[in-house]
Design a protein around this ligand. Structure first.
Ligand code: SAJ
Length: 412
């Protein structure tokens, strides 16, 4: 048996490596020559705990290799980006390109799985594209003929930073375009998933993934709104949430400087785009979370105004704790906007990177150690709750004005 994984990114590469580690032959396909070369050397081009070891072992065992050119396989798993920019339409062009790439090598009986987070209807669209590209085969939902190909949507749900663990332990939603498609997909996932595989149709599977991330976004928006209300009412929001969460049926998430990453801040827009008139709360939650950085900036301005020569230390640039991922990070966005406002000296502390990111280059921001920041700053802006920041004590900060977006010092 051979499995082909299209897209060797944050989801595709770990998935390919884990399947290969089960002794199945896996070929990873990517358009980036660099990604292909790196994997074939047994190395990784993305940061994820333990991924390097698993990839190296799979390549050394001869079970995993990468290529720019697709070749025949029993199953094809598509894990490519599905970008979405506010005000635009979901971009399915990478899925379409994947369909075009694999179409020539498809054979009767093959299984094609879409893993990318997708708007409702994308799997049906994929099946239609494949049908148009290969009129000699019969794809599900495309004609009255009995299909001889299988298509399913099985959305990925792994948490960056815990991908290898969650790939195996999470339950999987199996959204086949027919019962037979789901059965085929389960057979594949059972080779490496310890969690349960639950069957539904493709549309429900697509919506389930979007719903999970929207649920989290709405809950964070609730927390972010509470944090602003509490500022107005002079209440400590962290204490408030801790108290409310003592109720057996209340579980509020944490406020922050905004919502980052490429999933939670994006996926709810797919739902809004599909149901623009009805998806009111989901849209509002997005807006509340997107406006939070601006609110934080206003607070920093007020703090800086208390000093003749403000020195502001921004603690953290990543989009969440203990990772080096700066993509769509509100912390980076806030730091960059502060730099443009010229309201004082700006220091950035990010223990997980060694070089100032491009977005801050040439803006007069200094990347410094935590110790140096504590030495020099009179305003401390906590943007990410990285482990070294959590270890700070009241003595480290009590001479400074603190803007704490993560509740790090709520208990001090
Ligand atoms: N955040 C808060 N307050 C919280 C929790 C998170 O402000 O209480 C912020 C984080 O700081 C970060 C953002 O939200 O900026 C997103 O972080 P996250 O850890 O909630 O999620 P992601 O984007 O790393 O991964 C999510 C996960 N989805 C859910 O937990 C429902 C993951 O399981 C998905 O696989 C992933 O999106 C994805 O690929 O869709």
């Amino acid at each position: 048996k051979k499995v082909s994984v299209i897209g060797l990114g944050y989801i595709g590469l770990p998935t390919a490596a884990v399947i290969a580690s089960r002794g199945i032959e896996v070929i990873g396909i990517d358009v980036s020559e660099k990604a292909v070369d790196t994997v074939n050397q047994g190395k990784v081009h993305i940061v994820e705990p333990d991924l390097d070891m698993v990839v190296q072992a799979a390549v050394t065992m001869g079970k995993l290799r990468a290529s720019l050119i697709p070749e025949p396989a029993e199953a094809f798993m598509i894990a490519v980006p599905t970008p979405f920019k506010e005000g635009k339409k979901p971009d399915l062009s990478y899925i379409k390109k994947s369909a075009e790439a694999i179409a020539p090598v498809l054979e009767k009986g093959n299984l094609i799985i879409l893993e990318s987070t997708s708007p409702v209807g994308a799997t049906e669209q994929l099946s239609q594209w494949l049908q148009e590209l290969r009129p000699d085969l019969s794809f599900p939902g495309q004609s009255s003929q009995e299909p001889n190909m299988h298509v399913a949507h099985c959305p990925e749900r792994v948490l960056p930073g815990r991908v290898l663990e969650e790939l195996v332990s999470n339950d999987r939603i199996i959204g086949g375009m027919s019962k037979e498609c789901s059965e085929k997909a389960i057979e594949l996932y059972k080779t490496f998933v310890r969690g349960e595989c639950i069957v539904t149709n493709a549309r429900t599977a697509e919506m389930a993934k979007l719903t999970e991330n929207s649920f989290r976004d709405v809950n964070i928006a609730f927390a972010n709104e509470l944090s602003i209300i509490c500022d107005e009412l002079k209440i400590n929001v962290w204490e408030l949430i801790a108290l409310a969460n003592r109720h057996p049926r209340v579980n509020i998430l944490s406020p922050g400087p905004g919502v980052g990453g490429h999933c939670i801040a994006v996926d709810p827009w797919f739902i809004v785009d599909s149901a623009p008139k009805t998806a009111k709360m989901i849209r509002l939650a997005r807006e509340i979370n997107d406006n939070k950085p601006q609110y934080v900036i206003e607070k920093v301005k007020a703090a800086a105004d208390q000093f003749k020569r403000p020195v502001i230390a921004c603690l953290g640039l990543a989009f969440k704790p203990d990772i080096d991922d700066l993509r769509e990070s509100p912390a980076l966005d806030i730091t960059s906007q502060l730099a443009e406002m010229n309201i004082g000296e700006l220091l950035a502390v990010e223990p997980n990177i060694h070089q100032l990111p491009e977005k801050l280059a040439g803006k007069g921001v200094e990347l410094v150690s935590l110790a140096e920041a504590l030495e020099r700053a009179n305003v401390l802006l906590v943007l990410v709750d990285h482990k070294p920041f959590k270890a700070l004590t009241i003595n480290d900060v009590n001479t400074k004005v603190v803007v704490d977006t993560r509740g790090l010092f709520a208990h001090l």
